[in-house]
Design a protein around this ligand. Structure first.
Ligand SMILES: Cc1ncc(COP(=O)(O)O)c(C=O)c1O
Length: 436
């Protein structure tokens, strides 16, 4: 693909070629004056997650199944708009609202709601004004502005990310020029947490490093530390002066309970640690395309929080200027109205419950077809995903032979599976692991 895009016929050289060569970082002789100035730009590789959705759309197979992207589907495998979201939108329409710009830091009602959801309604840090809260473009934008802050104000600090992790973490920090390194996280032998490896790596990291942690429902493994292990990680961060950076993309989606899923960031804040937290409402409120989220920086000092917020605003102003209004209003309405809040919680529990149900069904279907293997990891893992341990060759067989689309790291999104498709998927998995 890349070479097909480059002009190779009748090379002619002329004024401007050296400048263009410098731009493209290529020798002047390689630049053609009558071709595009950007002819040397190579095709970027397809995104490992969203590229799967594109391949799924292109497939004509009637049995095709998209287990790539982490987006919730109904039993009929259709996208879901929550009832509570429709209610909030109706209320907003009836009350009337405008489409004016929001302040750079975002909608006030949303900012108050989001930090309260994260840290709890009686959080001392919130009461004491020690949290800088910036509304941002969902989880990705929150992480990115956090990365930009690190690049500008914590120069030279390395961010430690789990191996494996959500693929975009590498892009987000790498594109901001922030150095990142892996810490061990997953043990393929136990299909569980490599806690010893994680502690060793974070202990060996230079003091004052940044540690990216998934708040709950680790993506892609579905394996979280226990409460005791979280406490040990908090102690380690404190002893080493590490700053945790939580990625909270699944609050309420792991267990169906917002408070339980906020256990880890709340524990760290209660332990006196300064933390950064990126929040997303894509999954728990189903607002994927609305891009609703926030970056929270919890500090030990209210003046520092004010300065940090001013700098986050400075960064956001030059990226998106001010955040989108619609989704933030929905989230603020839902959290601010007791009845809607209850409805949201029950719908969230319903989504988490459907995923737990298909987990159980898939495990049972695999156990009956292939009893010589241990499939218990499927119900031990939590959240949207199951990390199956399938090799890239086995994944290729899943896709090419069975039209089951999934990422090549062996991750499947159970949010994209229905009870009626469990048998089909189990047959495909057994064929792939037995024969490839
Ligand atoms: C771990 C993790 N972080 C962040 C995100 C960001 O998603 P969004 O930008 O839609 O909030 C995702 C989405 O899949 C995720 O899995």
């Amino acid at each position: 693909m890349a070479s097909a895009m480059k002009t190779t016929a009748s090379p002619r050289y002329g004024p401007g070629a050296p400048q263009r060569a410098a731009l493209l970082n290529k020798p002047a002789a390689a630049v053609v004056t009558n071709g595009s100035r950007l002819a040397g730009v190579e095709m970027a590789p397809p995104d490992p997650i969203l590229g799967v959705s594109e391949a799924f759309k292109a497939s004509k197979d009637p049995n095709k199944l998209n287990l790539g992207v982490g987006a919730y589907r109904t039993e009929e495998l259709q996208p879901l708009v929550l009832e509570v979201v429709k209610k909030a939108e109706q209320k907003m329409l009836a009350a009337g609202y405008n489409k004016e710009y929001l302040p750079i830091e975002g909608l006030d009602a949303f900012r108050q709601a989001t930090v309260q959801l994260l840290l709890g309604s009686d959080s001392a840090a919130v009461k004491e004004g020690r949290v800088a809260v910036l509304q941002a473009l969902s989880g990705t934008g929150s992480l990115r502005v956090g990365a930009a802050f690190i690049a500008r104000f914590m120069k030279g600090t390395t961010v430690y990310i789990s191996n494996p992790t959500w693929g975009n973490h590498r892009n987000i920090f790498g594109d901001e020029g922030v150095e990142w390194k892996y810490y061990r996280y997953f043990d393929p032998d136990t299909v569980g947490l490599d806690f010893k490896g994680m502690v060793e790596d974070l202990t060996a990291a230079p003091d004052g490093s940044i540690v990216l942690l998934h708040g709950c429902a680790h993506n892609p493994t579905g394996v979280d530390p226990t409460p005791q292990q979280w406490q040990e990680i908090a102690d380690l961060c404190k002893a080493k002066g590490h700053m945790p950076f939580f990625d909270v993309a699944y609050q309420g989606f792991a267990t169906g309970d917002l408070d339980k899923d906020a256990f880890a960031p709340r524990l760290f804040v209660d332990n006196g640690l300064e933390v950064m937290v990126a929040q997303s409402y894509s999954k728990n409120l189903g607002l994927y395309g609305e891009r609703v989220g926030a970056l929270n920086v919890v500090l030990s000092d209210a003046d520092a929080a004010k300065s940090v917020l001013s700098q986050l605003k400075r960064l956001a102003r030059a990226i998106w200027s001010n955040p989108p209004t619609h989704g933030a209003r929905i989230a603020a309405e839902v959290v601010g109205d007791a009845d809607m809040f209850e409805l949201w919680k029950s719908e969230m529990a319903g989504m988490a419950g459907r995923i737990a149900k298909v987990r159980g069904e898939l495990q049972a279907a695999l156990e009956s077809r292939c009893p010589d293997r241990d499939w218990s990891f499927i119900t031990k893992q939590i959240g949207m995903f199951s990390f199956t341990g399938m090799t890239p060759q086995q994944v290729d067989n899943m896709t090419n032979k069975h039209a089951v689309f999934m990422t090549r790291d062996g991750r499947i999104s159970l949010a994209g599976l229905s009870s009626s498709k469990v048998a089909y998927l189990a047959d495909a998995i057994v064929d792939s692991v037995r024969n490839h």
